[in-house]
Ligand binder design. Structure first.
Ligand code: FES
Length: 161
């Protein structure tokens, strides 16, 4: 299921998509955020152990409910670029459905190979009914200087922003 929207009504439809889309490997929610640089989605249908793929500003992010706490990581295994949305969430670890690498959703670090590189981590705030996911990864470096800014702009253009 794919839902996108710009206003409150569309966001309400996206909320339904969240409930229907748990464990989907496809992006199910694409909505503009309430605050600049973030996206807000409903998590009322997500039980502990569920995950949800959310499109955040052109990136696929995997939102994970671990015992009522929400964490978000890039939805792309760093081993062979496979979507993690169909993988199992085992406590704090998301398991890649292709070769079985496991990543800790709290810090994105691989806990089991063959992946060696960490996933990008996105900050999440939640009141239990909704979750607000930052559009930029937590550890994305801030560009400094003209050359760094040009590189950052180039990366953003490649992502299709
Ligand atoms: S593609 Fe994920 S472990 Fe190989």
């Amino acid at each position: 299921m794919s839902v996108s929207g710009d206003d409150t009504d569309d966001t309400a439809r996206a909320v339904a998509g969240v409930v229907d889309g748990v464990d989907s490997g496809e992006p199910v929610v694409s909505a503009k955020g309430r605050a600049a640089g973030s996206v807000c989605v409903s998590v009322e249908g997500m039980a502990a152990g569920d995950s949800l793929v959310v499109s955040v500003d052109g990136r696929e992010v995997l939102l994970c409910n671990v015992a009522g706490r929400f964490h978000a990581v890039a939805n792309l295994c760093t081993h062979a670029q496979i979507a993690l949305g169909r993988g199992r969430l085992l406590d704090y670890e998301i398991e890649c459905p292709r070769h079985g690498a496991r990543f800790d959703v709290r810090d994105g670090k691989p806990r089991r190979g063959p992946a060696r590189k960490a996933l990008a981590v996105f900050s999440v705030t939640s009141d239990g009914r909704t979750a607000e996911i930052s559009a930029a990864p937590v550890d994305e470096p801030v560009p400094v200087g003209r050359r760094a800014a040009a590189g950052a702009i180039s990366r953003l253009l490649r992502r299709g922003r």
